[in-house]
Design a protein around this ligand. Structure first.
Ligand SMILES: C[S@@+](CC[C@H](N)C(=O)[O-])C[C@H]1O[C@@H](n2cnc3c(N)ncnc32)[C@H](O)[C@@H]1O
Length: 217
């Protein structure tokens, strides 16, 4: 199951590798991509995600789950105004995880991840960019975080906090791909990009094994 499956690219690649479409499931708020012979649920995760036996994969899904940004002891509205006082739980979260002073509370992401993991018998893997401070994107390029309407605002996922909610192993992407060998020049070039520690290689992979669920103690 691919949660936040987007345009179905990963599922298409798995089909090309010979995986049967009947065993592949995409979940997204977007409609099923046309001409993709897999199962598809159009809905909001984690609520719409069914119980699954197998692998749940979430690539750049958790960064789409909204965070709260704090200034002083207030949580801000989306236009940067104080909305309400920060709760004790949010304070604790910031103290534990935001040592970089990012003022971004990722509590909801931890909860969404825990809800997803609870649906799985098998393995759940989240892959995302890390680091808490908000960043902006404008026309595909990274820019300063600002509240101007043309800028997409996002904050990296604290997968350490997600791991604290579910257990699991957190491994940087450059290590996940450390032993993979490219079979062609273009594959080797792709691997170099995926392992680049200052870029995609800095993504985190959170592996959460749920294979013992339901087995006798
Ligand atoms: C950054 S894209 C990643 C797409 C794909 N996994 C990839 O790596 O190319 C995030 C996807 O998550 C979907 N999404 C965001 N929030 C969602 C939610 N609550 N439930 C289901 N899908 C969601 C978006 O529609 C989008 O397709």
């Amino acid at each position: 199951m691919d949660v936040g499956a987007g345009d179905g690219r990963l599922l298409r690649q798995l089909l090309d590798l010979g995986f049967p479409g009947s065993r592949l499931l995409g979940v997204d708020v977007r409609p099923a991509p046309p001409g993709l012979p897999v199962q598809w649920i159009q809905g909001r995760a984690p609520e719409c995600v069914p119980a699954v036996r197998g692998l749940l994969f979430a690539h750049e899904f958790l960064d789409d789950v909204a965070v709260d940004v704090v200034a002083g002891d207030h949580v801000l509205t989306t236009d940067g105004q104080p909305a309400r006082r920060i709760s004790r739980r949010e304070q604790d979260w910031l103290r534990r995880w935001a040592s970089d002073g990012s003022q971004v509370v990722g509590l909801r992401r931890d909860q969404v991840w825990a809800q997803l993991v609870a649906k799985v018998e098998g393995e759940a893997i989240a892959v995302d960019f890390m680091g808490g401070a908000p960043v902006g994107h404008r026309r595909g390029r990274r820019t300063q975080a600002s509240l101007c309407p043309e800028t997409d605002l996002c904050a990296g996922v604290d997968l350490r906090a997600c791991r604290a909610a579910t257990g699991g192993r957190l491994i940087p992407q450059h290590r996940v791909f450390a032993d993979v060998r490219g079979l062609s020049a273009s594959q080797s070039a792709q691997l170099r990009v995926l392992r680049d520690r200052s870029g995609l290689g800095g993504f985190g992979w959170l592996f959460t094994d749920r294979s013992s669920v339901g087995s006798p103690a």
